[in-house]
Design a protein around this ligand. Structure first.
Ligand code: CUA
Length: 323
């Protein structure tokens, strides 16, 4: 269910509560006004035996219809300003600050310049479209834009805020529980506006750490010397004789590996053998043991022994860069 029916964090809830309060009062006012109109129309209408009378002014009614709406507008204003103070308080108690930059048509999320987010090349972890946050913690978001105006909006977690070129804006989000919360750019920003999606993944501390370890490993892979080594091994060893990697090798015997790292089907079509470091290592070490009859043999080194772990490891690291 969308916000405001299903707020999943304190910010979204504080806005939803006020929304429902105003909605309820509006419904009551509507019922009273329409009800009075209908009753008056029926009771005081001109009919046989009853003559409709003309009234000019009624002090009590006019007083009520002026004072009550005035009081309502004042109370709603006070409540809104109080709520606004809470919404705009981005700093107090924030566990971390994420820099979110909008560009046509993707969000770039830069994690804080903390040791735990640091990559081997001394830069810090960043991601596109997907943002991981710790569940139950307040996360400050600094918004900026590379080109036109965008707006960050994850309905279940909070309100929306514009990302304006040349001007930094801030907001905060918080998720009560672990989960994946969908959001999207909510300011029309060009052809790809509808595809400018946001996925906020809130996790428990242990899951967050596990995700971070994997994300750092992925991000570090490109600067990992093993990858360059693996690429060189791939082209010089038997791999290149069977597999195509577009732009690198061209062979038609085995499957095309151009996008092996993002392949959704398991290796060799074997259920459970998803593409990951461990399974690729197993497969390259001994494919026939996993899929009897497969064309891919067990490879040996020049001396006739099994391939060493470093060789297989480098090739696997290289393959994992092919997204
Ligand atoms: Cu960015 Cu719409």
């Amino acid at each position: 269910m969308p916000w405001p029916v299903d707020p999943q964090g304190p910010l979204a809830r504080s806005i939803a509560d006020l929304y429902w309060l105003m909605f309820a009062v509006a419904v009551i006012v509507l019922a009273i006004v329409v009800g009075a109109l209908v009753v008056a129309g029926i009771r005081f209408r001109e009919r046989p035996g009853h003559q409709a009378r003309q009234y000019h002014g009624n002090n009590l009614l006019e007083l009520i219809s002026t004072v009550v709406p005035t009081l309502m507008v004042i109370s709603f204003s006070v409540l809104s300003f109080q709520r606004l103070a809470y919404v705009n308080d981005v700093d107090s108690g924030a566990a971390m600050t994420i820099k979110a930059q909008g560009q046509q048509w993707v969000w770039n999320f830069q994690y804080p310049s903390e040791q735990r987010f640091q990559l081997t090349d001394k830069t810090y972890l960043s991601q596109q479209a997907e943002l991981h946050i710790p569940a139950g913690q307040k996360v400050k978001i600094e918004l900026s834009s590379k080109d036109v105006i965008h707006a960050f909006y994850v309905p279940k977690l909070g309100g929306q805020k514009d990302a304006v070129p040349g001007r930094d804006t801030v907001m905060w989000i918080q998720a009560d529980r672990p989960g994946t919360y969908a959001g999207q750019c909510i300011e029309f920003c060009g052809t790809g506006h509808a595809d400018m999606l946001i996925s906020v993944v809130a996790q428990n501390p242990s899951d967050y750490d596990a995700w971070l370890t994997g994300a750092l490993k992925d991000a570090n892979r490109f600067s990992d010397p093993a990858v360059a080594k693996g690429k060189q091994l791939f082209t010089t060893l038997a791999c290149a004789g069977c597999h195509t990697i577009q732009g690198l090798t061209n062979a038609k015997i085995g499957p095309d590996l151009t996008h092996i790292a993002s392949q959704k089907t398991p290796i060799g079509g074997i259920a459970g053998l998803d593409v990951n470091e461990a399974n690729l290592t197993k497969w390259i070490s001994n494919a026939p043991s996993l899929k009897p009859g497969v064309v891919m043999p067990v490879f040996s080194n020049k001396a006739g022994g099994p391939l060493d772990d470093a060789t297989i490891g480098s090739i696997v690291q290289f393959l994992l860069t092919l997204k």
